[in-house]
Design a protein around this ligand. Structure first.
Ligand SMILES: *[C@@H]1O[C@H](CO)[C@@H](O)[C@H](O)[C@H]1NC(C)=O
Ligand SMILES: *[C@@H]1O[C@H](CO)[C@@H](O)[C@H](O)[C@H]1NC(C)=O
Ligand SMILES: *[C@@H]1O[C@H](CO)[C@@H](O)[C@H](O)[C@H]1NC(C)=O
Ligand SMILES: *[C@@H]1O[C@H](CO)[C@@H](O)[C@H](O)[C@H]1NC(C)=O
Ligand SMILES: *[C@@H]1O[C@H](CO)[C@@H](O)[C@H](O)[C@H]1NC(C)=O
Length: 506
């Protein structure tokens, strides 16, 4: 158990400090404000995650995590049979990378803590102070360049020991381990980090880990996926339940900070007109784990569809959840779908059509009309209007809670014939980002309380099952020399920020 004293921070939320700068704004600034919806404390940044960036997988006492084991045991599951052993070596090159961020003019950097670097064996071994020291140096270097650290406690990777001991997220024990990690991170970094988020995309993560089983620990059952063990109709909800309670635990530990839960979020467009709102909500409510955190219970659409497969919160847990304060929601957004209702009508089999996914079939076309231009990856269609709708949906459902766009970006799949010149001349990425940032501005004019935007990603990096062949970076990485080269989108983003960011004083 976590028997360390709970550390309460005496801090003023960053947003309060910055909002005082409004006092300095006179009417001519307000005219300026009308032309751009971004407030002066808006964060423009880039995003990353530990396993995808750091490398140094055995350096200075780091323990092995689930992705180290998965990629080494199943090289064939990664498209280029690669792994994150080296990734983009940010562990050794973070100063150079901060230089690149400075060249873009960003004022935020989102990164995650490698759990097994700080706690190689979770609660079952010591703290590794080499890991603590690395993050201290990274945080200090960011702050010295005016870049706010925006820290995710956990982005998919956890010490393998937690899988071996109690099957990680399938066990309530994981809540205690996560609380222990959170406590240690708040203690060591909380004096300088004011934006914390707990878990990255818990909703999407669980689909991959326990419903389709394509990510470790590779658990699923037919017809959802072909795994040697698991139960796709039950385990995703048990794992999700534990992530919600783990989030709650971390928030209780850090009552005073700015803390959020992340969701992978895509826009949804109803396919059929009748009762479209209900259908839309069923899909969204099954997909977004925010209701329990704000209202202390699962949404009724979810209870109706899943019945006894859905774990229950105890009375005490419900009370605890209701008392949590969520300071903001982090939104990772890439694409949109049409939705076909399969509860009241017959659908073809497909993604979403099953009970475990809410009987809401996701489609990228309606008749012969595509929802948006297809990109190199088969799940990503360009449909900025879906982004605007998503932000408006969240605004309405969650009382206009502050939101940060914690990921949005465009992937180029590298084919054998792709040249470096083509990768650097990334006009498609610019077109995508420009469309989505326009949609973001529209949503903000509609009233959505958005506080920041993080482009995924600063650099090309290890893109999970795609390996290094799918490139999301504003900077190209040559995986032989690890040299970083700006793409056209890097200068585009720099100009965009320059035009829209308003410094504190003019
Ligand atoms: C408002 O700000 C502008 C720009 O800094 C400045 O030129 C102007 O004098 C200010 N007006 C007042 C009334 O303070
Ligand atoms: C932390 O890493 C160092 C190497 O930098 C190693 O000597 C030490 O045993 C590790 N400590 C723990 C608790 O893992
Ligand atoms: C599941 O995977 C096993 C082993 O890879 C294979 O032999 C079997 O045919 C697969 N089953 C289905 C239904 O795909
Ligand atoms: C798409 O559907 C419309 C109306 O059904 C039809 O007129 C058109 O030819 C179709 N286009 C293609 C490319 O199939
Ligand atoms: C970059 O791509 C655009 C269109 O995608 C093309 O018009 C332009 O010539 C390209 N520039 C270079 C330097 O290749």
């Amino acid at each position: 158990m976590n028997n360390l004293p709970i550390f309460v921070f005496i801090i003023i939320l960053q947003s309060l400090i910055l909002s005082s700068s409004c006092l300095y704004q006179n009417s001519s600034h307000n005219i300026l404000q009308d032309s751009s919806p971004f407030p002066s404390d808006f964060l423009f940044g880039t995003a990353s995650s530990a396993y995808q960036y750091e490398g140094a997988f055995l350096t200075e006492g780091k323990g092995l995590n689930n992705w180290d084991i998965f990629t080494h045991e199943n090289p064939g599951k990664i498209r280029d049979e690669n792994n994150g052993d080296m990734a983009v070596d940010q562990y050794h090159r973070f100063k150079e990378d901060i230089q690149l961020m400075t060249s873009l003019g960003v004022n935020g950097y989102r990164f995650s803590i490698s759990w097994s670097r700080v706690l190689p064996r979770g609660r079952f071994g010591g703290i590794n102070y080499s890991g603590i020291k690395y993050y201290n140096r990274l945080i200090d270097a960011l702050i010295s360049r005016g870049i706010k650290p925006f820290v995710t406690l956990n982005h998919l990777d956890y010490p393998q020991e937690l899988e071996n001991r109690f099957q990680s997220w399938l066990s309530p024990e994981m809540q205690n381990d996560f609380g222990y990690l959170a406590d240690i991170c708040f203690k060591h970094f909380g004096d300088r980090v004011k934006h914390w988020t707990t878990l990255n995309e818990p909703n999407q993560q669980i689909i991959l880990t326990h419903l389709k089983g394509t990510f470790p620990p590779s658990r699923c059952s037919l017809p959802y996926g072909n795994c040697s063990q698991g139960n796709s109709e039950r385990e995703p909800f048990i794992a999700a339940h534990n992530t919600i309670l783990a989030h709650a635990k971390a928030v209780h530990i850090y009552r005073r900070g700015s803390l959020a839960l992340w969701c992978k979020h895509h826009g949804l467009n109803p396919l059929a007109i009748p009762s479209q709102i209900e259908k839309l909500q069923r899909e969204l409510n099954l997909f977004i784990p925010i209701d329990p955190i704000i209202y202390g219970k699962y949404p009724k659409e979810m209870v109706n569809v899943l019945g006894s497969a859905l774990p229950r919160f105890s009375r005490k847990e419900m009370e605890n959840l209701k008392q949590l304060r969520l300071d903001f929601i982090g939104i990772n957004h890439y694409t949109s779908y049409f939705i076909q209702d399969c509860l009241f009508s017959t659908c073809n089999a497909g993604d979403g059509a099953s009970k475990a996914q809410g009987f809401a079939l996701k489609l990228d076309r309606k008749g012969n009309v595509s929802i948006g231009e297809l990109t190199d990856v088969n799940w990503q269609h360009i449909h900025p209007e879906g982004f605007r709708k998503t932000l408006n949906y969240l605004k309405n459902r969650y009382h206009n809670i502050p939101m940060f766009i914690t990921e949005n970006g465009f992937g180029d799949l590298q084919k054998p014939e792709t040249t470096l010149t083509e990768l650097l001349n990334d006009t498609k990425r610019i077109q995508y980002m420009s469309g989505y940032l326009d949609a973001l501005q529209s949503a903000m004019r509609d009233g959505a309380n958005v506080k920041g935007y993080f482009a995924w990603s600063l650099l090309d990096n290890f893109e999970w099952l795609y390996g290094y062949k799918l490139r999301f970076g504003l900077f190209h990485v040559d995986y032989t020399s690890l040299k970083r080269t700006p793409k056209l989108s890097a200068s585009w983003y720099k100009n965009y920020i320059g035009e829209h960011i308003r410094r504190k004083y003019y």
